[in-house]
Ligand binder design. Structure first.
Ligand code: ZN
Length: 555
């Protein structure tokens, strides 16, 4: 091998050259490793209504490689994400995830609540100033006007001077509207007439792509297949038997059993799809139509698609979390999710979209299920909740209607009447407590003024304080015993502070996300500040959460 004899100058040149070459290599290497764009093309925030954290793993041996298993493999899972407040209800959850805030601040204290000014119950997104758009029969519309703070989707709009597009989609109106934000490009929800609709708050007319989607009436094609289990029914060994007396029924069925005849609904009953896994498939299909129609992720600025899946909640309430119905729902959702990831990969490229999945709340087992398995549980009747109390107060104080409403575990008292009769507040508090505490299944009753001082342990105390809104909440908070439920022992529900209602999944995947997990406790309020930190935009106006360092640290 010929080795040239080099003089000092040539050696220096060679050294410099090598150095340059080396630095070029280093530069190009950093360039390849940082091929991740500085902003994702799109953020896809996905919420599954009533998805408890353990569902990520419960049916894992039958999940596909591309769905929930891929999430765990490629994503970062915050395994101990807890809701920071009570009541753990749909509207509060959707608002919290997108605002990083709680009912005390954002004002969405329930799906509905008693409005003292209006003197009636109001729905959280109902807006008399708007009309529906796209429904066969137009009616009063919906908007996010009751949400008092901005959402992370709003902040993205502000940061891009409204050049980012943000879209909310769900079967339930509130699950589309609250995440979409005040300044949403559009929010679309499913109407009983088989159409995805919106309201005049957003636009005067449905976009052409949405009209085309509605015209297809794809729900009929789902109905043609009925709802049969995905696999032979005897293989559903992780669920209770198909016919349990503590399951409810849906869509006119006589018994809660498979197969479920959906053909009867073709062209007739488009609402029935809500309580079937096809509600999820329908939502994914509409989401894809929105991505194509609005060209989401195709512009210069990051867009945001907030999608929520309402059917798991409807199925869970009816049949309970241990039913074959819910197992089949999750096996199907997993397959739909795998397909959706494939679609996102093809459309935007792996690593070019930021995805996260979470839930608005979890769920308790059905009281009937607990009792059958010798665990404590029961049902509290409406009579025990407020019926007996109403009677006692009427007799004691001679008032006509002492309680205006009982909703979201809150009693709204009729102060006009009670004050007229000069009812002593201390005496009233004592009566309310003594009557309600006699009922089985009621663990505690607190006046909302004493939330901060009552002998209630953490985290219940701070969860109640964060859930209490001075203007919109009631006067007393009723805490029910763990695993108990209002109404009957049939079906299942949520709403309490207990971990089965408050422990939700939170997994991040895609743009700048490194695989991994943490068992550290994170809060639902941390989600919006984490998205904001990743996108380097301002956090929402009422945010009280913290960016999750393990997630934002990957950049
Ligand atoms: Zn629910």
């Amino acid at each position: 091998m010929y080795i040239p004899q080099l003089n000092q100058k040539s050696r220096l040149t060679l050294l410099l050259g090598l150095g340059l070459l080396l630095s070029n290599i280093i530069y190009s290497q950093t360039k390849t490793t940082s091929a991740t764009p500085s902003q994702p093309k799109i953020v896809v925030g996905m919420m599954v209504d009533q998805m408890r954290w353990d569902y990520l793993y419960r049916f894992q041996n039958r999940y596909t490689e591309g769905g929930f298993k891929r999430l765990i493999r490629e994503g970062f899972s915050c395994e101990n994400t807890l809701i920071d407040y009570s009541p753990t209800i749909t509207a509060c959850g959707h608002t919290c995830v997108y605002t990083g805030s709680t009912p005390a601040i954002h004002g969405i204290v329930g799906n509905d609540w008693y409005d003292r000014k209006a003197g009636k119950d109001i729905g959280c997104v109902n807006d008399d100033a708007t009309l529906t758009v796209g429904a066969e029969k137009p009616g009063r519309g919906q908007s996010p006007h009751n949400n008092l703070v901005t959402t992370v989707t709003d902040q993205l709009r502000i940061a891009s001077n409204y050049q980012s597009k943000t879209v909310g989609i769900a079967i339930k109106d509130r699950a589309a509207i609250l995440p979409g934000g005040h300044a949403a490009t559009g929010a679309f929800w499913y109407n009983g007439d088989g159409n995805f609709i919106t309201s005049t708050y957003y636009m005067k007319e449905l976009p052409e792509w949405a009209k085309r989607f509605n015209e297809k009436k794809i729900v009929d094609t789902y109905y043609k297949n009925d709802w049969k289990t995905l696999y032979p029914i005897e293989t559903y060994t992780l669920s209770t038997a198909d016919d349990k007396d503590y399951e409810g029924t849906a869509n006119g069925e006589k018994k809660p059993v498979f197969p479920k005849d959906l053909k009867q609904f073709i062209g007739k009953n488009y609402g029935a799809v809500r309580t079937t896994p096809y509600g999820n498939t329908l939502t994914f299909e509409f989401a894809k139509a929105a991505i194509e129609g609005y060209d989401l992720g195709g512009g210069k600025f990051t867009d945001f698609l907030a999608i929520s899946f309402s059917s798991p909640d409807a199925i869970g309430h009816t049949y309970g979390p241990n039913s074959i119905e819910q197992e089949d729902d999750y096996l199907r959702l997993d397959k739909d999710l795998a397909d959706f990831f494939n679609y996102l990969d093809k459309k935007f490229g792996k690593g070019n979209y930021l995805y996260f999945i979470t839930a608005d709340h979890g769920v308790s087992e059905s009281p009937g299920y607990y009792l059958e398995n010798k665990m404590p549980s029961g049902a509290i009747s409406g009579d025990d909740f407020s019926g007996k109390l109403t009677e006692t107060l009427k007799q004691k104080f001679g008032v006509e209607k002492p309680i205006l409403a009982f909703t979201n575990y809150q009693l709204y008292m009729n102060w006009d009447e009670l004050n007229q009769k000069n009812v002593d507040r201390k005496q009233l508090d004592a009566i309310v407590k003594s009557v309600l505490l006699k009922a089985d299944g009621i663990a505690n009753v607190l006046t909302n003024e004493e939330l901060g001082t009552a002998a209630v342990p953490e985290p219940i105390k701070s969860m109640m304080i964060k859930g209490y809104n001075v203007k919109r909440s009631g006067d007393y908070t009723v805490v029910i015993q763990p695993t108990w439920k209002g109404g009957s022992i049939k079906g299942a529900t949520h709403g309490t502070w207990y971990p089965y209602d408050a422990h939700i999944p939170l997994v991040w995947m895609g743009w700048k996300i490194k695989p991994g997990y943490t068992n550290r406790v994170t809060g639902m309020t941390d989600i919006a500040p984490t998205v904001a930190a990743l996108l380097r935009i301002q956090m929402p106006s009422g945010s009280i959460g913290q960016p999750i360092q393990e997630v934002t640290g990957g950049r």
